[in-house]
Design a protein around this ligand. Structure first.
Ligand SMILES: Nc1ncnc2c1ncn2[C@@H]1O[C@H](COP(=O)(O)OP(=O)(O)OP(=O)(O)O)[C@@H](O)[C@H]1O
Ligand SMILES: [Mg+2]
Ligand SMILES: [Zn+2]
Length: 524
């Protein structure tokens, strides 16, 4: 019924394309100077405007506006036909769908017929790197001698897979990641056009999360818009941000603590929850860059929420500058290399291994207090392991450990396991009256029933506070009661999946022990 934002907001004019001025300017100059080529290759990351610019060019070369600088005019019959996807002389081929051999053959058969509507036939071949060798060879023949009325636009995210013979016949344009400011600019336009209320720092967060991909940013906005009528930073963090940035923080903690088990655990959890390994690696590099800026006293240039900045400040003091640099190199390799192709986590794992080896080098990281603090490896874990049910019921998709089934105390009417088993249902109940609260509950990292209290572990203070608001507690309580028929008190605490406990939580209590054990399960 409703069209996805990113389609609805596809730029229709040159100046609506953001962050690719080097490409659009060259193409506009060629148009005005009547020097449009016959074969273009648009290369660059996903969702940065390749298809968009290809369609703009298709419109512009056929546009009937008398002033060439005004093309595409978006008003003549051909511009309109392209916009409405009914322009016969723009042929889009998706090489990813069937290796393209048939399509390319078909193209070769028909290419010599004159355009049926406009002046030029435009062939847009998306994901051209997916063409089979046979298809590439067929394409090559046409690229060698294209008829004057044909323009080819090949688009790819993986330029290194394009045969040199094809490269040499195309004018190449490199699309770049779209800068954060430009993404924010576009998100503002869309938010306004869609009458959405979006906090400025929520937009910043969305833009940063997208790592330069405009379509990703717009899709994230779309996703958030479907959850709440007001998109606040909290909501954005809950739904998209918190989990990932927490992974980065955990990973840096793990390096500091020289704890490979914890490091691997955070990597695998993030990937299991659907993070893209290279994107995660990029986020780690971004974070490390920020640490470097802190170390150089340029923290004003750091673009992050206050909460994250506080953590950065501490991390910046815990590593030497050269240690940060070497970490950056290691994770940057994971961000750019293809080596993880068949084993997605490999690049990150190797980076972590590199970095931890570096940590052995006494010349590097300063010995901070944390390094001499013994790691939490003590009796309570072992105890909890024994009391655990053999297979804790996994409930949440994005669930982080601990998956402890805990053990109800004698007077408890209901066990952790029972709550976990119906957690989805409880959330569904909550969702009926409060979607934001449901999103918050979905981001909760652990749950534990102690006596008649349900304790929720949240990734941050902000999130915990939100749930502890009276009306949220009541809603949650009611949902629990509806599903399980018991009234539980609801308490929140801050934890991370490694199970660091705030000082005021009973360190010897069952919850503390269970959460610590959570960090240990994967280690073992
Ligand atoms: N540079 C940009 N400026 C403004 N909007 C953009 C830009 N790039 C992408 N978009 C938005 O993202 C959507 C998708 O972009 P497009 O299809 O052009 O990406 P692409 O580079 O072809 O991606 P893919 O490699 O996945 O095919 C567009 O409809 C538009 O809404
Ligand atoms: Mg495309
Ligand atoms: Zn026109």
């Amino acid at each position: 019924m409703t069209q996805a934002f990113y389609r609805k907001w596809r730029p229709q004019k040159w100046d609506e394309v953001l962050g690719q001025g080097h490409v659009t300017q060259t193409l506009q100059n060629a148009l005005v100077g009547d020097r449009v080529g016959h074969a273009y290759l648009f290369a660059g990351p996903r969702g940065t405007g390749k298809t968009t610019v290809a369609r703009l060019l298709a419109k512009a070369v056929n546009c009937q506006h008398e002033d060439v600088t005004q093309r595409p005019c978006d008003e003549c019959q051909y511009c309109k036909a392209v916009n409405e996807n009914r322009f016969l002389d723009m042929i889009e081929i998706d090489a990813a769908s069937n290796n393209g051999v048939e399509d390319v053959r078909d193209l070769r058969d028909k290419i010599n017929f004159a355009p049926s509507q406009g002046q030029f036939k435009i062939y847009i071949i998306d994901e051209v790197h997916m063409l089979s060798t046979a298809a590439f060879n067929a394409l090559l023949k046409t690229l060698e001698e294209p008829p004057p009325h044909a323009i080819f636009i090949l688009a790819t995210t993986e330029i290194h897979k394009i045969p040199a013979t094809v490269l040499s016949r195309c004018q190449r344009h490199e699309f770049r990641r779209v800068p954060v400011e430009s993404i924010v600019q576009q998100l503002k336009i869309i938010a306004e056009g869609e009458s959405l209320k979006v906090d400025a720092d929520a937009m910043q967060l969305i833009a940063r999360q997208a790592s330069g991909g405009m379509r990703d940013a717009i899709s994230l906005l779309d996703q958030l818009a479907s959850i709440g009528d007001k998109i606040t930073l909290d909501l954005a963090q809950t739904v998209l941000g918190a989990a990932t940035s927490e992974t980065v923080l955990e990973l840096v903690d793990a390096v500091r603590d020289e704890d490979p088990g914890a490091g691997l655990q955070s990597i695998h959890q993030a990937l299991d929850a659907g993070s893209d390994p290279r994107q995660l690696a990029r986020q780690i590099v971004d974070y490390l860059r920020a640490l470097m800026l802190f170390q150089m006293g340029n923290e004003t240039q750091v673009d992050a929420t206050q909460t994250v900045k506080n953590r950065m400040k501490i991390h910046a003091s815990e590593f030497s500058a050269s240690a940060v640099l070497r970490m950056m190199r290691a994770f940057n390799a994971a961000a750019v290399e293809q080596r993880g192709g068949w084993q997605p986590s490999l690049g990150l794992e190797l980076a972590l291994a590199d970095v931890l080896e570096i940590q052995d080098d006494a010349a590097l990281a300063p010995v901070s207090e944390t390094r001499t603090t013994p790691k939490k490896k003590s009796a309570p874990k072992a105890e909890v392991k024994r009391t655990q049910a053999p297979e804790p019921a996994p409930v949440q998709k994005t669930e982080a450990s601990p998956k402890s089934a805990g053990e109800p105390t004698s007077q408890a009417q209901i066990s952790t396991k029972e709550v976990m088993a119906v957690w989805k249902e409880i959330r569904a109940r909550v969702k009926e009256s409060d979607r934001n609260l449901e999103a918050l509950l979905n981001s909760c990292k652990s749950l534990e029933v102690k006596g008649d209290t349900l304790i929720l572990g949240m990734a941050s203070e902000v999130l915990a506070e939100k749930i502890e608001k009276t009306e949220s507690v009541e809603t949650t309580q009611k949902a629990v009661n509806d599903v399980l028929g018991v009234i539980l008190n609801i308490k929140c605490m801050v934890t991370n999946s490694k199970g660091r406990m705030p000082a005021d939580v009973d360190q010897n209590g069952l919850v503390a022990a269970a959460i610590q054990a959570g960090g240990e399960i994967v280690d073992g």
